[in-house]
Design a protein around this ligand. Structure first.
Ligand SMILES: *Cc1c(COP(=O)(O)O)cnc(C)c1O
Length: 351
């Protein structure tokens, strides 16, 4: 019966990292350094946990479809912006494409980058146009604008996954002015950088800034993301969304998490300290990063080979083989706890 399945799902798909329990089983190592998914290694904030427990008591009811508990908390933190929320930022991306892109219309993506934009666009019948970054992985605004003149959505990830570099505000502004559709600016890692794109929202009504609770906020398992959006899109996004998308436990936890500045700061400090240490200690070239991960050029080795060797030593990192447009000699490593980072440095320097 497989012939019934749509062709876009017959091959490819999101590439997941090796699971910690597989490594425990295969190599009999009981403590695994989990550095493949850019998560905050610290458990969620106690404010998030308390709010989630309280929400769980009311889970017999459907959630508030506007998730006021979360949008109020976001306004408390950032000011009077307009927000949409979703099941992870992935859910936000999927819903935005559904809101804006008719089958056959195009989505322009500055690559190499996070794979989900393309996967989601193709699955929804869009045409994707990958626009390569420059040699140093900087966004090429001229090329992006050329394609963005006909695309419904243009995507820039900043700081970019997996390369780690952020895009200057002036370049983002140049793109905003040149394209005719919407710019989706993915800010999954913005908290680890010194960049601030929010002032652009005051001037441009074609800017959408995506954010997530999965990284600095330690809530990857609860699947919650949001975006700063222009006001005009809000009712349409809500129509395109499934009626009760974000569950009340996740929304409450996120509202708690965004209030806990200390929890965030602890990991941001750790990240900034280790970005320097990785650059100093790792014997391979480490690309400068504005995020909580670093891309490392491990040539003459290849990505999958290094990922396998590191996993034998109890360290999980991300192979960059799956990132379209990237040569096969990079890995991406997240910044974890001290012992995890130390173990990674030891293991990679033995190659
Ligand atoms: C992790 C990540 C996301 C999505 O995270 P969610 O867990 O779906 O909120 C989006 N964009 C980039 C670049 C990411 O790395």
């Amino acid at each position: 019966m497989e012939h019934l399945v749509r062709s876009c799902y017959k091959q490819g798909g999101y590439v997941f990292a090796k699971k910690a329990d597989e490594i425990v089983r295969d190599y009999r190592i009981d403590r695994i350094a989990r550095l493949a998914s850019n998560e905050n290694p610290e458990p969620p904030s106690s404010l998030a946990i308390a709010a989630a427990e309280e929400a769980l008591r009311h889970a017999n009811r459907y959630p508030d479809e506007r998730v006021d508990i979360l949008t109020d908390a976001l306004r408390g933190r950032f000011g009077t912006y307009h927000f949409v929320t979703g099941v992870g930022m992935d859910g936000v991306i999927e819903t935005l494409i559904r809101t804006l892109v008719e089958p056959g219309e195009s989505v322009a993506i500055s690559t190499p980058t996070f794979s989900f934009y393309g996967l989601s666009a193709v699955a929804q019948g869009a045409k994707i146009i990958n626009v390569p970054r420059k040699k140093d992985f900087a966004v090429d605004p001229k090329k992006l604008i050329k394609v963005g003149k006909t695309a419904k959505i243009t995507v820039i990830c900043s700081p970019n996954n997996p390369t780690g570099n952020a895009t200057p505000v002036e370049v983002v502004e140049e793109v905003l002015q040149g394209i005719s559709g919407v710019l989706f600016l993915d800010n999954a890692y913005i908290e680890f950088s010194d960049y601030d794109y929010l002032p652009l929202l005051k001037t441009y009504d074609n800017l959408i800034i995506g954010r997530t609770f999965s990284k600095v906020h330690s809530l990857a398992g609860l699947r919650i993301g949001y975006a700063f959006v222009p006001e005009w899109i809000v009712p349409f996004y809500q129509r395109a969304s499934t009626p009760f998308t974000v569950n009340m436990v996740s929304a409450a936890a996120a509202a708690g998490a965004i209030r806990d500045q200390d929890h965030m700061t602890r990991y941001i400090v750790q990240v900034k300290r280790w970005r320097k240490r990785f650059a100093d200690k790792v014997k391979f070239p480490v690309l400068p990063s504005d995020a909580n991960f670093m891309m490392i050029d491990i040539s003459p080795h290849t990505s999958d080979e290094v990922v396998e060797k590191l996993s034998q030593q109890g360290v999980i990192v991300r192979s960059c083989r799956g990132f379209a447009g990237l040569p096969d000699h990079y890995i991406r490593v997240s910044i974890g706890e001290d012992w995890e980072n130390d173990r990674f440095v030891n293991a990679i320097n033995q190659l």
